[in-house]
Design a protein around this ligand. Structure first.
Ligand code: HEC
Ligand code: HEC
Ligand code: HEC
Ligand code: HEC
Ligand code: HEC
Ligand code: HEC
Length: 375
């Protein structure tokens, strides 16, 4: 490399960060003002405002620019608070107030935007309020279609988890389902082909149901037409027999969600789809594992490998959610609330944490009763 080129490159390298820094550099005044403000030192703030009359309007302007450019409501509001303090003190000390109106308008505008953002979130919440309901809306809305509600409950009546997990669906929200695969006979299209279930090509609105009358029963199974549920079960040969249940209707737990434990006896869900590799769906493990409570007043937890492996294939839990080694996993309510451990399914698709004693079923003083102890 020639010496001249080298020096030009060096100059560019050095100049880059320097000019960038100069553009955002904070004045000494601003630095002191921010620090004193954060420390609630109003005496110092007063002194600064009193002795810097000429530069303050420019400083307020730059704060307003900073607030407009900042990311997120909290940050914007914090900067606007600082600007409002500066403007008010400026007005008090120097009798000139050109800014408070503009700042208030900006604050109101940001508050309104934040309220709208929250209302938008709230509006979508009801679609996932029932455990297992999944709202799929990003791709649909981008294409001008109504969002899709995927209701686990409708499907669970006739299919076990292992019919769909881990293939054709990962056990997580991916946002990557689309019509090309569906019309091609993959994903939802494995069943929504007019034979196993209604055809995707024929009945857009039954999936793209948000905002249609058809959404009501997906959000609340009590509104479902039981005779239709029976018809589907008959066609698929899964023997739904609600007459076996008290009330002769879908059973609910005391939190208002379908009680799948009770429903278990009233139908025989399909465990693997046609063409899926045989074997995996049939493998079960016939034991129970005792999670010992760290506190004497909280019951121990009994985990049934049998009932879980009847529903879920081993590889859905091992090793993604649990190592297959006794005592190798740490389980806590905090992890679960964040969707780890038992919380990978419970609270999302299986019964909610609120139902404490369904998991914490064995008093600490009681014998393990054949369950494997983890320690
Ligand atoms: C079995 C359910 C189902 C049916 C029936 C269905 N769709 Fe979809 N569709 C989906 C899902 C799921 C998505 C993904 C939604 C998302 O993630 O935003 C989707 C997405 C779309 C998209 C967005 C582009 C893409 O492919 O992701 C379009 C357009 C669309 N559907 C059109 C239709 C039309 C038109 C019909 C009827 C001829 C139809 N859909 C029927 C489930 C269905
Ligand atoms: C008819 C098919 C089907 C059946 C049966 C099914 N699922 Fe799913 N499940 C899905 C689909 C589709 C998704 C979303 C996948 C995506 O976004 O790509 C999903 C997602 C999930 C998720 C992630 C949810 C979230 O909020 O993050 C969990 C957990 C899950 N399923 C557990 C289960 C369990 C447990 C069972 C059995 C009780 C079950 N599934 C039965 C199709 C099914
Ligand atoms: C394992 C087979 C299977 C898969 C995979 C499957 N479905 Fe279904 N789905 C069914 C069956 C069976 C019904 C009951 C209705 C019927 O018999 O046509 C149903 C019903 C529904 C309903 C209820 C419609 C109503 O009016 O009550 C919706 C919505 C739905 N499916 C959406 C989806 C979406 C979206 C996907 C993919 C993410 C999907 N399904 C994947 C089998 C399946
Ligand atoms: C719903 C999730 C889940 C499913 C499905 C599951 N396991 Fe497990 N498995 C666990 C948990 C939880 C433990 C306890 C881990 C611990 O003690 O830290 C465990 C422990 C084990 C262990 C060590 C203890 C023992 O039982 O000997 C083995 C081996 C094991 N699993 C094999 C399997 C096999 C094989 C299958 C499929 C037939 C399976 N698991 C299905 C959750 C699951
Ligand atoms: C899906 C099953 C499940 C449900 C539902 C559940 N727990 Fe737990 N809980 C566990 C498991 C597993 C552990 C770990 C046990 C251990 O430490 O050996 C645990 C641990 C705990 C602990 C020990 C400390 C901690 O935070 O981890 C407390 C306390 C506790 N649960 C209270 C509750 C209460 C209260 C509820 C109801 C609001 C509840 N649990 C619902 C499975 C559950
Ligand atoms: C892969 C998903 C999944 C994971 C992970 C999981 N469960 Fe479950 N569990 C289910 C499903 C599905 C049911 C059926 C009831 C329902 O859907 O509400 C169930 C039912 C239960 C029941 C009711 C009695 C029974 O055995 O049928 C208990 C108790 C239970 N789970 C405890 C646990 C504990 C404790 C853990 C963690 C160590 C755990 N589960 C992890 C899916 C899961």
């Amino acid at each position: 490399m020639k010496a001249r080129t080298f020096f030009i490159l060096l100059a560019l390298l050095l100049a880059g960060p320097l000019t960038a820094k100069a553009a955002f550099a904070e004045s000494k005044f601003m630095k002191s003002f921010r620090t004193s403000y954060e420390q609630n030192r109003f005496d110092a703030l007063g002194f600064l405002v009193k002795t810097n009359k000429d530069i303050i309007p420019g400083e307020i302007r730059s704060l307003l620019d900073e607030a407009r450019a900042a990311e997120g409501f909290e940050k914007k509001m914090a900067i606007l608070d600082l600007a409002a303090t500066m403007a008010t003190m400026y007005g008090e000390w120097h009798g000139q107030d050109g800014f408070t109106g503009e700042i208030e308008a900006l604050q109101k505008e940001e508050l309104k935007k934040e309220e709208e953002r929250k209302a938008e979130l709230e509006k979508w919440k009801k679609y996932e309020a029932l455990p297992g309901n999944i709202l799929m809306r990003v791709k649909a809305e981008a294409a001008g279609m109504a969002p899709v509600i995927f209701p686990h409950w409708v499907h669970r009546i006739n299919f076990e988890c292992k019919a769909c997990h881990p293939a054709p669906f990962e056990m997580k929200k991916t946002g990557s389902i689309g019509m090309t695969e569906i019309f091609g006979g993959g994903l939802c299209g494995k069943c929504h082909n007019g034979t196993t279930a209604f055809s995707a090509a024929a009945d857009c609105e039954r999936c793209h149901s948000v905002g249609t009358p058809g959404e009501a029963h997906l959000l609340d199974p009590r509104k479902a037409d039981i005779s239709k549920l029976r018809e589907t079960s008959e066609r698929l040969g899964t023997g739904l027999n609600l007459d076996l249940l008290p009330g002769k209707a879908l059973p609910y737990d005391r939190f208002g969600n379908i009680d799948w434990g009770l429903l278990g006896k009233a139908r025989k869900p399909i465990r693997s789809l046609e063409g899926a590799p045989a074997g995996k769906a049939d493998e079960t493990r016939d034991n129970e594992i005792l999670f010992e409570s760290p506190m004497p007043y909280v019951n121990n937890v009994v985990f049934s490998h049998k009932t879980h492996s009847e529903r879920v294939v081993c590889s859905s839990c091992h090793q993604a959610f649990f190592k297959d080694q006794l005592g190798a996993n740490i389980a806590s309510m905090k992890d679960m609330a964040e969707g780890a451990s038992c919380g990978a399914c419970h609270q999302k698709v299986a019964f909610k944490f609120a139902d404490c004693n369904r998991c914490h079923s064995k008093p600490v003083a009681e014998d393990a009763g054949g369950a494997l102890k983890r320690k």
